[in-house]
Design a protein around this ligand. Structure first.
Ligand SMILES: [Zn+2]
Length: 232
């Protein structure tokens, strides 16, 4: 099976589905990662104030994190960080479309549209648009992940709210997820921040308790289709 993770920022791919991605890779599936925005630059008043060295370091960290997760590759599109709503949606859609055309993934993991971060919403919309299930389209399932410090910090004020209904046991891969997250030293935070390793472990424990295992990741099924002559 070919799996594509479409994330807005470097670290979302780990936070959202790192444990599941490691598990899929270990089970022999091809995991590809796409990161749409460059990261960091929104922390500066002007996009060009961001330190080029800092950015290239972040992108190296994304490569390192992908390697730790056992992903086949990671593509960094470097669109403007936290400003994806200033990019024509069509431009983001085209990038996802071209990638889907090339990789032909059966399964996509991406953002939930009710997140606080505007880029997450744009990426969700772009994925939906790029994967319209016309005849012969490869994508059969799309799952939305949560991103700690963005999904819960919308406080269900942004619609739709995250309603997880798919749970993946990541007991054996949670440590690898936290290792991958540790590659991003500029994005990790101290406890009790939601992106601290303690909080990530606590979240996995909470979802694990929902499905009866020590640690899990939670997803919302966006779409599942089963064309004729496709095995389950
Ligand atoms: Zn993000």
């Amino acid at each position: 099976m070919r799996v594509l993770v479409v994330a807005a920022h470097p670290d979302d791919e780990v936070l959202g589905c790192g444990g599941t991605a490691v598990r899929l890779a270990q089970e022999g599936h091809a995991v590809h990662i796409a990161i749409m925005a460059e990261g960091i630059t929104s922390r500066h008043a002007q996009r060009d104030q961001a330190d080029a060295k800092q950015l290239s370091r972040l992108h190296q960290q994304a490569q390192a994190a992908a390697a730790k997760m056992g992903a086949k590759d990671v593509v960094l599109f470097k669109l403007p960080d936290n400003r994806l709503d200033t990019v024509p949606l069509l431009e983001v859609v085209k990038l996802v479309e071209e990638l889907v055309e090339k990789l032909k993934p059966e399964v996509i993991y991406t953002h939930h549209p009710g997140d606080l971060n505007i880029d997450h919403e744009v990426v969700h919309r772009a994925v939906l648009t790029a994967t319209r299930p016309m005849a012969g389209h490869p994508v059969r399932e799309i799952y939305a992940f949560e991103v700690p410090s963005s999904t819960e910090w919308a406080f269900q004020r942004l619609q739709p709210s995250f309603r997880p209904n798919v749970f993946v046991d990541v007991t054996s891969t949670l440590d690898a997820k936290l290792d991958a997250m540790a590659c991003y030293d500029s994005e990790s935070r101290e406890f009790p921040h939601p992106r601290s390793s303690e909080a990530l472990r606590a979240l996995a424990t909470r979802w694990g308790s929902v499905m009866g295992c020590p640690a899990a990741e939670a997803f919302e099924l966006v779409r599942s289709i089963r064309p004729a002559n496709t095995p389950r």
